[in-house]
Design a protein around this ligand. Structure first.
Ligand SMILES: Cc1cc2nc3c(=O)[nH]c(=O)nc-3n(C[C@H](O)[C@H](O)[C@H](O)COP(=O)(O)O)c2cc1C
Length: 220
């Protein structure tokens, strides 16, 4: 009897990642690294401004024909991993994440600028990152927004509230102080990336969970 079973392992649905021109590009790259190591497929959308901020913050120029390979090399991952990463420019409104028919596991905008936040919260879908986020919400898939600005004004807060009311997870890169991993910038970055992975449902060891560390817990 004919069996439709294939010997190829099914590819996981991609995770869409948006990197915008807010400070904290390192967070976006750390997330990509972890997702790749978790054998996920990443569809990365980079805004025009993100290229400048990445360069200002890390000295890394994301340029050339094969941006996926450049990023994989920058992350010190084996070049074969470039197959798991696809990079789209922000004006590519015809790219797969622009359509709800394209299945994904959800989207993370990390770091999310106040400009992109405003576009998403107000349904202005003239960029791929905003359109992909809009699609993620309309399809009731997970949208995680990692906003980066301080202090927030009322426009930012209203836009964040709007997105939270529409079902997005607002996950700011907050400093944490109560566990042993948190004494370094690396530990703080891992904490935020771990929280994003928690939301996406992936297992990780990026931070020690409360109750798992060896220090005795303070009396409460
Ligand atoms: C070095 C640098 C750091 C920036 N940091 C932030 C930030 O943390 N948050 C923010 O909302 N905008 C920040 N901006 C401004 C945004 O890049 C700018 O508003 C841009 O238009 C955002 O566009 P995008 O959302 O399409 O990336 C920064 C700009 C530069 C050059």
């Amino acid at each position: 009897m004919f069996s439709p079973q294939s010997t190829d392992a099914p590819k996981p649905k991609p995770v869409v990642v948006g990197i915008t021109g807010a400070s904290g590009s390192v967070l976006g790259f750390r997330l990509i690294e972890e997702l790749i190591l978790l054998d996920q497929v990443v569809e990365l959308v980079m805004t025009e401004k993100s290229y400048q901020v990445i360069f200002e913050e890390t000295g890394f120029k994301v340029s050339g024909q094969d941006k996926a390979l450049r990023i994989i090399q920058h992350l010190n991952l084996p070049e074969s991993r470039a197959q798991q990463l696809q990079v789209f420019e922000n004006n590519r409104l015809d790219a797969p994440p622009s359509s709800g028919t394209h299945m994904t596991q959800g989207m993370v905008v990390i770091p999310c600028s106040m400009g992109t936040l405003g576009r998403i919260a107000n349904g202005i879908t003239d960029t791929l990152v905003a359109r992909a986020a809009d699609v993620t919400l309309k399809e009731h898939r997970k949208l995680i927004v990692v906003p980066r600005e301080s202090p927030f004004n009322q426009i930012h807060l209203r836009n964040l509230t709007t997105l939270a009311q529409c079902g997005a997870v607002i996950l700011p890169p907050m400093l944490s102080f109560y566990l042993p991993d948190f004494g370094t910038i690396e530990g703080q970055i891992n904490y935020t990336i771990g929280k994003v992975l928690d939301q996406l449902g992936f297992t990780h060891n990026l931070y020690t969970r409360w109750g798992q560390h060896t220090e005795s817990a303070p009396a409460r």
